[in-house]
Design a protein around this ligand. Structure first.
Ligand code: GLU
Length: 487
């Protein structure tokens, strides 16, 4: 029987949850689901200065919102816990003792000044700075004496010399590193806290991780981790380093490119299924040219061997297109719920809604659904109902009101509208035909001037729906404001 796939997402809770992190989490989740394996979430918080409980909370919330659930890890538990590195310090300490006892790690008493001078000298010679190994062979007595004196120290791993470290990366292929360039790196800092490269190896081994799927930026850490796997006598897992996400300008995705965190996309009114669909395509290339995938389809079709080596480009237009697709599946209540916070933020909807107002807003949002790719866009789409800033948007639009027949059309429409008992989409609709017949003008010459006089633009939802939503008073006052009504 083949071994069960066990993968993990191991974020450092040091800031907003970047979409790159969400993509790594998703690929791990999909690999686990696809293979019937297990997905584990572990928190890497040994950088105590930068780690915050708030950030951990954000990550968990975002994963849950995206529907990326985990089988073992923080909150849910499992056999290999605890799943937060600061709660595992005792475990790391035991391995450090073992490595020291076996001579595979050693105490280093070099001062920061000494190390700095060493580095300077190497750089001047054009060499890559690597620790010289000065303390690697300190006599036992000297070490004991220094420890007794209370000299500050770090613990370093004794990296084998003159070896080639090889990785058969599932994405990047065969990659080699020279162990001499890796050098004897620090595994426990002077404050007694073990470093990321060290904890990650112990955790992945004790959690029986079979595949380490993570961002390409960790490829350079991998040789160090392999040295540690060997020193600790652990089996080395398979690695898959997924390419970076670049902005449209082909530079690494950063704040300059707009929203970069999952939270920001949620707050902008994107849908979790859309974001998952989009993130899956950032690096993974499905077989055909299908672009919309349900979660089940992603699980069924995902495979690491179709994860591309070249960088993925974050195309916001594509995300918007995908999101629009998912928005179309929402019913009026769901769409309204997505848009309401944005209407409230813009001051278009009160915090407390009575039924009438709510229904009106809901109808308005529904009428605008073809013009909204994500929640926050609703405010632009409905602006015309709330401001008087609706003058024709450009010359071409303004020209519509200069048509010879425009004054007669607007005048007749105004009269007909005032004569209606009740202004609804259904009662307004027949008026347009009536005007066409009455004034003997083509449809275009009826719809266009009315639309432009009311909204300032030539496109939008059905005109009868706009008129009904706007209500008789506002429509009449906008028709009057056009200055085209005949006496
Ligand atoms: N804690 C690391 C990070 O957030 C992840 C390390 C890994 O996946 O090995 O970048």
């Amino acid at each position: 029987m083949s071994q069960e796939v066990r993968v993990r997402f191991a974020p450092s809770p040091t800031g907003p949850f970047h979409i790159g992190g969400a993509r790594s989490a998703l690929f791990n989740y999909l690999e686990a689901k696809h293979t019937g394996g297990k997905f584990i979430v572990r928190i890497e918080d040994t950088d105590r200065k930068r780690s915050t409980a708030e950030s951990e909370e954000n990550i968990k919330e975002a994963l849950k919102w995206l529907g990326i659930t985990w089988d073992e890890g923080i909150d849910v538990g499992g056999n290999d816990g605890p799943y937060r590195q600061t709660e595992r310090l005792e475990i790391y300490r035991k391995y450090t003792e073992k490595l020291l006892a076996e001579g595979k790690a050693y105490y280093c008493f070099c001062t920061p000044e000494e190390l700095e001078a060493e580095k300077e000298a190497q750089m001047q010679k054009g060499e890559t700075p690597v620790y010289s190994g000065k303390c690697r062979n300190l006599p036992k007595e000297t070490v004991e004496q220094y420890l007794k004196e209370g000299r500050p120290y770090v613990i370093r791993i004794a990296t084998p010399k003159d070896e080639t470290i090889e990785i058969d990366d599932l994405v990047r292929g065969h990659v080699t590193f020279d162990s001499n360039k890796v050098g004897d790196f620090v595994i426990v800092k002077s404050d007694g806290i073990p470093v990321y490269n060290y904890c990650v190896v112990i955790d992945d081994a004790l959690m029986h991780i079979t595949h380490v799927i993570r961002a390409e930026e960790h490829l350079s850490n991998t040789p160090r981790q392999i040295v540690l796997y060997h020193a600790l006598g652990f089996d080395v897992p398979k690695f898959a380093h997924v390419s970076l996400i670049l902005g449209a300008d082909k530079k690494k995705m950063s704040k300059r490119h707009g929203a970069t965190s999952v939270q920001q996309y949620r707050d902008l009114g994107y849908l979790p299924d859309a974001l998952v669909n989009f993130l899956a395509l950032l690096g993974w290339t499905p077989e055909g040219d299908q672009e919309i995938f349900t979660r089940d389809e992603l699980i069924q079709q995902f495979s690491l061997d179709r994860v591309a080596k070249n960088p993925a480009v974050f195309d916001i237009e594509k995300l918007n297109w995908i999101n629009f697709h998912y928005m179309k599946q929402l019913d009026a209540d769901q769409l309204f719920a997505l848009c309401l916070p944005h209407l409230q933020k813009a001051g278009y909807a009160p915090e407390e809604l009575d039924e009438t107002k709510k229904q009106w807003l809901k109808d308005m949002v529904w009428a605008m659904r073809e013009h909204v790719q994500y929640g926050a866009q609703i405010t632009d789409a409905v602006k015309l109902f709330f401001t008087d800033d609706y003058a024709p948007e450009n010359e071409e639009t303004a020209a519509v009101l200069k048509e010879e027949t425009a004054p007669a059309v607007l005048t007749m429409f105004c009269q007909e509208l005032q004569a209606l008992d009740d202004v609804t989409a259904d009662t307004v609709q027949p008026l347009f035909k009536k005007i066409q017949k009455g004034l003997k003008v083509k449809g275009k010459f009826v719809y266009m001037p009315i639309r432009v006089a009311l909204t300032g633009v030539m496109h939008g939802p059905d005109l009868n729906v706009i008129v009904a939503l706007m209500g008789r008073d506002k429509v009449v006052s906008r028709l009057q404001a056009s200055g085209l009504l005949q006496a």
